[in-house]
Design a binder for this molecule. Structure first.
Ligand SMILES: NC(=O)c1ccc[n+]([C@@H]2O[C@H](COP(=O)([O-])OP(=O)(O)OC[C@H]3O[C@@H](n4cnc5c(N)ncnc54)[C@H](OP(=O)(O)O)[C@@H]3O)[C@@H](O)[C@H]2O)c1
Length: 320
């Protein structure tokens, strides 16, 4: 009975979340906040910025915007042709790196190459992500969406932190999702969900973990002039939305943000002086937001974040 009541409350809360989000997350919310009237205008010409998943959607829009501000962007993608095309469009300063971030062996090799080639990394944007319709497992035995959305972010970030600290002031930005509001932190369910697998739930659990890791890295790096932010972009029309949630795209189509509008807050977090003044927060449309919403039942259990860190450290052989 208790679980029935909990489920009913969660469904009502999810419906409420979706209705409230309906306005805020669309291009109407973006327009209402008049963010487009204040484009980010910061000289980034001395900065090196690593953007994962920069070959499509929000990551590509952010890479373009940051390159236009003068930054030297390192485009990380899994598809060599797409990486080549994206780099060519960004201009001579940009360069590409190829890695399948669902695989920890490739993530580790990417980090090693970056450490070898880049004396300075000013900003790391962990943007690569997937919402899958069907469960799949990588050759390394992890469920693919959790591997891509959180395990590789944990590994890449921990391996690059020493270089970010050497490059300080530096920034780490984790691209999460408003979907994370629907799930508590539960590392065991995140890695091996009991019952039928649902892509949106697996995705939301991983996105919740990203927000918690943001707070943990912020604590770790507080005295080292490296700030860490998580953000959610709202709902934007990207190839990821078309392939991951086509029915949702059909319903919301005309209201979806452009990729540039979706990427605006992570460009702002990477560049704006105000974004260097705090760390460990969750942002949407350039405003700090709560990490939990009323009635969602997502309160964190004692010890849950320590367990998240231990399990990810164990899985990746790092960060313990
Ligand atoms: N669009 C939205 O409304 C929305 C809402 C909330 C959160 N987000 C988040 O925003 C981020 C960007 O999403 P998007 O909508 O722009 O999706 P997208 O168009 O599919 O872009 C995702 C990017 O990640 C890359 N990627 C996926 N799996 C990878 C892997 N195994 N290894 C390396 N790169 C990989 C993709 O590479 P390919 O180009 O090769 O596919 C692509 O560059 C994601 O973290 C997503 O969860 C998006």
């Amino acid at each position: 009975m208790a679980s029935l009541i909990t489920r009913a409350v969660r469904s009502a809360a999810f419906a409420g979340h979706t209705a409230a989000a309906g306005f805020s997350y669309t291009k109407l919310g973006f327009r209402a906040r008049q963010i487009g009237d204040a484009p980010v205008d910061v000289d980034m010409s001395s900065k090196t910025i690593v953007v994962t998943g920069a070959t499509s959607g929000l990551g590509e829009a952010a890479a373009r915007a940051l390159a236009a501000l003068g930054a030297r962007v390192i485009v990380v993608g899994r598809n060599p042709k797409k990486v080549e095309t994206t780099v060519a469009a960004l201009g001579a300063e940009a360069r590409g790196e190829i890695a399948d971030l669902s695989l920890m062996s490739e993530t580790r090799a990417l980090a090693n190459r970056l450490l070898e080639d880049e004396a300075t990394i000013d900003v790391l944007i962990n943007n690569a992500g997937v919402l899958l319709g069907e469960r799949s497992t990588t050759d390394e035995g992890l469920e693919t969406s959790v591997a891509t959305n959180v395990v590789s972010h944990f590994l890449l970030t921990n391996l690059l932190i020493p270089r970010l600290v050497d490059s300080a002031p530096a920034r780490i930005i984790n691209v999460s999702s408003g979907g994370m509001y629907t799930q508590p932190l539960d590392v065991d369910k995140m890695l091996d969900s009991p019952g039928p697998w649902r892509g949106a739930v697996a995705y939301a659990r991983a996105k919740r973990a990203q927000v918690v890791l943001t707070e943990m890295w912020a604590d770790e790096l507080r005295d080292q002039d490296v700030v860490v932010h998580a953000m959610h972009p709202g709902w934007a029309a990207t190839p990821g939305v078309s392939s991951g949630i086509p029915a949702f795209e059909k319903i919301t189509g005309a209201l979806l943000r452009t990729p540039e509008q979706g990427a605006d807050t992570f460009v702002w977090l990477a560049a704006a002086p105000e974004a260097a003044e705090s760390s460990g927060r969750f942002w949407h449309d350039r405003q700090s937001r709560p990490t939990h919403q009323a009635l969602m039942g997502t309160e964190e259990r004692p010890g849950a974040r320590d367990r998240l860190w231990e399990v990810l450290a164990d899985l990746t052989g790092t960060g313990a």
